[in-house]
Design a protein around this ligand. Structure first.
Ligand code: NDP
Length: 264
């Protein structure tokens, strides 16, 4: 039985950073359920190829556009183009994100700008551009992508951790500013998910062992593990929910795992 409470059918969904990884899985999830999806990435050709593959796989409607979120002018152009073509944007999933892992003492200006311009500045100006449209159309849902760094920061990724902490607060502030206009803003905080961004890290057996020991559900996440929460946050099922960060992390943030199985 399909349940209209969770329906995203007929929605126009923008997945910013949807060419690979988590964004691509989310785009496929929305497409499979009857939404019209626009995926973006830095290179127009890459986004168009990804959209063609998503449409073919899901037998749905998916379009690709180039939009480097580090360039505000590209965001404004991209949002205007989608609104001109589709008439509205019902859901924004702000996925575009990057990371460079190194000690804080070695972070360069280039590292800082690269990460902050994409993960925070880009996410904000994308939210702002889409938010203006959502306020004008009197409704919409925005889904930010946070991280386990919103639960507790990790060492060696200071700009990334700071960007995700800021996106968490951005989620709450936008929820307060736009709630009266029917625009909801929530976030998903994925746990450890196997993607291009993280595959080198998780190829290390020591890291795999650490993850299994510390994740109650005893595995790494897959990109499509995020789909349920995203569909929920985009649908009527979450209509009284805004300003929240939903952790989808196999239970990692539930508490602190001990290296013993039973009380001794
Ligand atoms: P991937 O590296 O697999 O994918 C990143 C996506 O972001 C690609 O589609 C890429 O498109 C896009 N992107 C990167 N920079 C830009 C930019 N300047 N403008 C537009 N698009 C851009 O990463 P993940 O799928 O792993 O990560 C996706 C999000 O999830 C990120 O925000 C990340 O911080 C977050 N996250 C990931 C976790 C994980 O374990 N993997 C855990 C917690 C959070 P293209 O290359 O075509 O430009």
């Amino acid at each position: 039985m399909s349940d209209s409470l969770f329906s995203v059918e007929g929605q126009v969904v923008l997945v910013s950073g949807g060419t690979r990884g988590i964004g691509r899985a989310l785009a496929e999830g929305f497409c499979e359920r009857g939404a019209t999806v626009v995926v973006t990435g830095r290179e127009p050709a890459v986004a168009e190829t990804a959209a063609g593959e998503i449409a073919a796989k899901t037998k749905g409607r998916c379009f690709g556009l180039g939009c480097d979120v580090a360039q505000k002018s590209q965001i404004d152009k991209c949002v205007a183009e989608i609104v001109a073509q589709q008439g509205r944007i019902d859901t924004l999933v702000n996925v575009a994100g990057v990371n460079r892992r190194k000690p804080a003492a070695d972070v360069t200006e280039d590292d800082w700008d690269f990460i902050i311009d994409t993960n925070l500045r880009g996410a904000f100006f994308m939210s702002q551009a889409v938010g203006k449209q959502m306020v004008a159309q009197k409704g919409g849902s925005q889904i930010q992508i946070c991280s386990l760094n919103n639960y507790g920061p990790l060492p060696w990724v200071l700009p990334y951790a700071a960007s995700k902490a800021a996106v968490g607060h951005m989620t709450r502030v936008l929820a307060m500013e736009w709630g009266s206009h029917g625009v909801r803003v929530n976030a998903i905080a994925p746990g450890y998910i196997l993607t291009d961004l993280s595959k080198k890290l998780w190829s290390n057996p020591m890291m795999q062992e650490w993850n299994t020991a510390n994740t109650p559900l005893r595995r790494l996440g897959q990109p499509d593990d995020m789909n349920g929460a995203a569909i929920f946050l985009a649908s009527k099922a979450s209509s009284f929910m805004t300003g929240q960060i939903v952790f989808v992390d196999g239970g990692f943030s539930a508490g602190i795992m001990w290296p013993i199985d039973k009380a001794t």
